[in-house]
Design a protein around this ligand. Structure first.
Ligand code: 5GP
Length: 189
């Protein structure tokens, strides 16, 4: 999506460790026009897949998921992040390593909100090593739900998440794929 690539080039900041900051329009201040375009594009890509639920993980995936959900007219369920690994019996859970924070956490979704009749589109803001999406996939399989596909706003193609998911046959659609970040911090697509 050229529009998103241009926003990243104009407003993105590169931090050590291959972290891309897009706080001015995506992750802190929210540019509703960018969100609207991303939501519409996810709908265009997945509208024929029988999606009846969108699943994401708190916090930064929620806004994008909600905007997309307006086009799909389906509910959003977001996984909550829990510090403890003591999980109640009525929760699905997966242990995940956070790329940005460098720690492990448990993501949980109530069994009330996900089940075998659900056809799910997973949405998230970034894809790096794929841990967050893998955790959500694990929760979907615990619930017996069907994964229709994964929609990502910004994939960092120089990390392994995209390759791993595509190799496993997951339908992954990333709207901007960063191919490389140069030594001078220049982003290329
Ligand atoms: P993964 O689980 O694929 O390794 O990392 C994806 C998660 O980490 C996303 O939910 C996102 O919030 C966060 N993340 C990974 N890389 C970046 C990045 O470069 N910038 C920002 N803002 N978040 C990132």
């Amino acid at each position: 999506m050229k529009f998103l690539e241009d926003m990243i080039l104009t407003h993105g900041e590169v931090r050590p460790g291959g972290i891309v900051k897009v706080d001015s329009f995506l992750n802190h201040q929210i540019d509703w026009k960018v969100y609207r375009e991303i939501g519409k594009e996810f709908y265009r890509l997945f509208q024929n897949d029988g999606v009846n639920k969108i699943v994401t993980v708190e916090a930064s995936g929620i806004g994008l998921a909600c905007v997309a959900a307006q086009s799909f007219e389906v509910p959003v369920v977001f996984a909550k992040k829990s510090k403890t690994s003591n999980i109640d019996a009525d929760l699905y859970s997966a242990r995940v390593h956070s790329f940005t924070h460098g720690n492990d956490y448990t993501m949980v979704i109530s069994q009330k909100y996900l089940g075998p009749t659900d056809r799910v589109l997973i949405i998230d803001d970034f894809l790096a090593n794929g841990q967050a999406v893998m955790g959500l996939r694990s929760i979907l399989s615990q619930a017996g739900a069907t994964l229709c596909g994964v929609g990502i706003a910004i994939e960092k193609g120089f990390q392994e998440g995209g390759r791993l998911l595509r190799e496993e046959g997951v339908r992954l659609e990333s709207l901007a794929i960063i191919k490389a970040i140069g030594e001078d911090g220049r982003i290329s697509f």
